[in-house]
Design a binder for this molecule. Sequence first.
Ligand SMILES: Nc1nc2c(ncn2[C@@H]2O[C@H](COP(=O)(O)OP(=O)(O)OP(=O)(O)O)[C@@H](O)[C@H]2O)c(=O)[nH]1
Ligand SMILES: [Mg+2]
Length: 199
Amino acid sequence: MIIKTVELETVCGITSKLPENTKPEFAFAGKSNVGKSSLINALMNRKSYARTSSQPGKTQTINFYNINDALYYVDLPGYGYAKVAVEVKAKWGKMIENYLHKSPMLKCVFLLIDIRHEPSANDKTMYDWVVHNGYQPIIIATKLDKLKRSQVQKALKVVRSGLGIGPDVTVIPFSAETKQGREEIWDLIEDSVNSLDNE
Ligand SMILES: Nc1nc2c(ncn2[C@@H]2O[C@H](COP(=O)(O)OP(=O)(O)OP(=O)(O)O)[C@@H](O)[C@H]2O)c(=O)[nH]1
Ligand SMILES: [Mg+2]
């Protein structure tokens, strides 16, 4: 995908109204620190336009990035961040649920899982929420560069079995460091946008 323009167009907090966008939206979900904002930067060809941090809980809003005036990347707040108060967690949960439920332009949800770890109960809940809302999540196994090549296949099996998904579900290994996997993700997004244009 050729990135011509990127703009952080809308930032939604807990009480904000969701934007009524008219271009397709692609959302990125996953636990705090899994690499959502880093992936979005890679998909925008920008080093640090989306704020990232080694401290979990960096993105606490729903951020809509307008790409080429043609589509949006939607950076969702991370879940599972232990240091956040229970009430705040519940509000973020509601915010994400509300977004998934009420976004007519949402075309695809990418669920990010750290390739080094077995999916958590929260990851499974998120997967189920996405499915419940009528989307088949595409799994991105992040931080691929942290594993030796010989460890990758086994780790991908753990991700699959942890989420309880079959061979029909797409899992894309990705590294924000090497950008491995980026073309595949761009291709999925472009195919989805093109199929909409042909409707
Ligand atoms: N080695 C390596 N580090 C990564 C990769 N992706 C992200 N990181 C690091 O992981 C940390 C968290 O990345 P973020 O992109 O901020 O994670 P996030 O999912 O947006 O986190 P929240 O906003 O807190 O939900 C940062 O220190 C990143 O540099 C990757 O592919 N490889
Ligand atoms: Mg983030």
